[in-house]
Ligand binder design. Structure first.
Ligand code: TYC
Length: 111
């Protein structure tokens, strides 16, 4: 345990009566969020591969494999990020897809 030690005197100022209370660390790690890509029947496979390369820094082989997993299983996790970064990725994918008139859906969920 790496908490702050609190020294308190139980009985007046008598140092022999001192007790040590070790607290739990108060710094909690922020939660992480999975970003998921969802399948649909209309978005072209090449477009999904492009999204994975552009917004998730996947190489062409990784991007193709993830796209195929989504196509076959219905969805796949494409990355895990802080809340702020996950929200940005979801917005970027949704905006990009909408601009190209594809129904591709991207969501985030608490890990
Ligand atoms: N199912 C789509 C097709 O057959 C391809 C696709 C893959 C769409 C992954 C979305 O997240 C997706 N054209």
């Amino acid at each position: 345990m790496s908490g702050v030690k609190i020294f308190m005197s139980a009985v007046g100022d008598d140092p022999s009566q001192e007790v040590v209370v070790e607290t739990r660390p108060k710094t909690k790690r922020p939660p992480l969020y999975k970003v998921m890509l969802l399948n649909d029947d209309f978005t072209p496979m090449e477009f999904v591969v492009l999204v994975l390369e552009r917004f998730f820094s996947k190489n062409p082989t990784q991007a193709f494999e993830i796209m195929l997993t989504v196509h076959k299983k219905g969805l796949a996790m494409v990355g895990i990020f802080s809340h702020e970064v996950a929200e940005t990725k979801v917005s970027q994918v949704m905006d990009f897809s909408r601009r190209h008139q594809h129904p591709l859906q991207c969501t985030m969920e608490k890990n």
